[in-house]
Design a protein around this ligand. Structure first.
Ligand code: DC
Length: 225
């Protein structure tokens, strides 16, 4: 019997550094599903706004920009994600600290979010997707059968961010990274337009002391049960 679309949508939300993207990527590869990194979409738009030197708090300008923008997420042969902005590969550029900050600012805007949600629903409309971000369980796919909320202590999340940055060749102190994560958390949790919160019914998974393998095993158990 063919499964209903909502049965094959796995949505994962949580704050920065909770381990969502690694987990979502591994899970998608394992199940043969499409991986949708919604943060990458906000980052791509933020990069475009920075390149065009647009005001990051200019709601109307940003909305117009979004309407003229194409973001594509493709899986490479190696199973990693390639992000294209208007046809150009921006996979690395969107991970720069300036883009991280800009994405956090532009994602506050309700018009930008509405555009993103529409694009994300379009990508996931046939199901068989693992989607992660801040509002995928509450707004984008609130009826998805499998919804998770990943969380970890601020300290653990800042350490993970720092490792990611190191791998990308960026040097930063733990204090600075922690402050940055704290600021982004505050914006994500207090914005008016779809703030980050655990959706009723989403399974909370604490990852502070768990290895990636343990977290993956917990998720798979929850999905299969
Ligand atoms: O997950 P990330 O760090 O790549 O996300 C980049 C920014 O985009 C982050 O500051 C929060 C925002 N974001 C959002 O508001 N909603 C989402 N669904 C995904 C990301």
């Amino acid at each position: 019997m063919r499964r209903a679309v909502n049965d094959t949508i796995i949505a994962i939300d949580g704050p920065a550094g909770a381990g969502k993207s690694t987990l979502a990527k591994t899970l998608a590869a394992r199940l043969g599903y499409l991986y949708i990194d919604t943060g990458a979409m906000y980052r791509a738009l933020a990069l475009k706004a920075l390149r065009q030197r647009l005001p990051l708090d200019g709601a109307e300008t940003l909305r117009r920009l979004a309407r003229r923008t194409r973001v594509r997420l493709d899986r490479t042969a190696r199973g990693t994600l390639r992000v294209r902005l208007d046809g150009r590969d921006v996979t690395r550029a969107i991970r720069r600290p300036a883009v991280t900050r800009a994405a956090s600012v532009i994602s506050q805007d309700a018009g930008v979010r509405a555009w993103m949600v529409r694009a994300q629903r379009q990508l996931g409309r046939r199901g068989r997707v693992v989607i992660e971000g801040r509002d995928t369980t509450t707004v984008v796919f609130p009826r998805a059968r499998h919804r998770f909320y990943l969380d970890a202590s601020l300290d653990a999340r800042a350490r993970r961010r720092m490792q990611d940055l190191r791998r990308a060749g960026v040097r930063a102190s733990l204090r600075a990274v922690m402050e940055d994560v704290r600021r982004r958390d505050r914006r994500d949790r207090t914005r008016q337009a779809s703030p980050l919160r655990r959706a009723p019914g989403a399974v909370r998974i604490e990852t502070t002391r768990a290895t990636r393998r343990q977290t993956l095993a917990r998720l798979l158990r929850a999905i299969e049960s």
